[in-house]
Design a protein around this ligand. Structure first.
Ligand SMILES: Nc1ncnc2c1ncn2[C@@H]1O[C@H](COP(=O)(O)OP(=O)(O)O)[C@@H](O)[C@H]1O
Ligand SMILES: [Mg+2]
Length: 275
């Protein structure tokens, strides 16, 4: 409590609640006449402990936005800050301790078994004894719902759902506070997708993670999102709970949320209800 200046106290708290702050971001690719912009004056805040879902049409710059947060793409203008620090200025060393990433086509290292895939970032640090590395990887293996006997399997012997689980364990090996997911349920069947969402929610709660996710799957969006940010016209046009965002008048939102697929996702198990 700040008895002297409660307003300032609240402002400070609001600041601390924000883990990722993107301000007036411009992303321009290409040179001269071929230059084109993907983001223009894009603003976005991601709060600690939330699952923020980014949606937008194909090619609207969702993956590029994740790359900015990872510090892999530098803003042409504007800033991307993680905990107050400029993302692209942070050293690549130790990056996996700051944030975990599940890539859209997140292949595992095919020559490494499951445990060695999970342990990769920790082993790369070369600072811990082998038993400690193995134990840490086994803890993560179990956290994602796999069994110790899966540890020695090779990626080629895993189902799509298991590959996602291993990729998640690998992203979390350094206990990062922030997890980025690019289309985490793409390529999974509906059952596998539901299972992976349930796992993500468990892990997010257990570890108190902040999650930034890109998805075009409405079931995944409704299962996981605290808030949704809609990317259109080179910026974030609206951010809010799924219920709030659906109310926003914009052609993309109408097509995306209120089309056939959208209505289905908002009414769980309509077939069963009709029977
Ligand atoms: N490194 C790059 N150089 C040039 N253009 C790029 C680069 N990365 C992405 N783009 C372009 O930026 C746009 C947004 O890409 P992306 O973020 O991958 O879209 P999506 O929203 O489908 O994830 C696309 O037109 C893509 O071709
Ligand atoms: Mg993409």
């Amino acid at each position: 409590m700040d008895a002297v200046n409660p307003v300032k106290g609240n402002a400070q708290k609001a600041q601390d609640d924000v883990l990722v702050r993107i301000e007036k971001l411009w992303t321009v690719f290409g040179q001269g006449e071929k230059a084109f912009s993907v983001h223009q004056d894009l603003d976005l805040e991601v709060r600690r402990g939330e699952i923020l879902t980014i949606v937008g049409g194909s090619g609207t710059g969702k993956t590029v936005l994740l790359r900015h947060i990872l510090g892999l793409t530098r803003p042409s203008r504007g800033t991307v800050r993680i905990d107050g620090q400029e993302a692209s200025a942070l050293p690549t060393e130790g990056a996996s301790a700051r944030m975990g990433m599940l890539f859209q086509h997140g292949a595992l290292f095919s020559a490494f078994n499951v445990l060695d895939n999970i342990a990769f970032a920790l082993r790369e640090q070369d600072s811990l004894p082998e038993e400690v590395v193995r134990d840490a990887a086994l803890v993560k293996l179990q956290m994602v719902g796999l069994k110790p006997e899966h540890a020695l399997r090779m990626p080629s012997d895993l189902s799509g759902g298991m590959i996602k689980r291993v990729a998640l364990a690998r992203a979390l090996i350094m206990d990062p506070p922030l997890l980025l997911l690019d289309e985490p349920t793409a390529g999974l069947d509906p059952l596998g997708s539901d299972e992976f969402c349930a796992l993500l929610l468990d892990v997010q709660r257990e570890l108190g993670l902040t999650v930034i996710m890109v998805t075009h799957d409405l079931d995944t969006l409704y299962a996981l999102s605290t808030r949704v940010a809609v990317l259109a016209e080179k910026k974030v046009i609206v951010v809010g709970t799924p219920e709030e965002v659906v109310q926003f008048k914009h052609p993309f939102i109408e097509t995306f949320f209120l089309g056939e697929r959208g209505r289905r996702a908002m009414q769980p198990l309509p077939q069963q209800a009709a029977q």
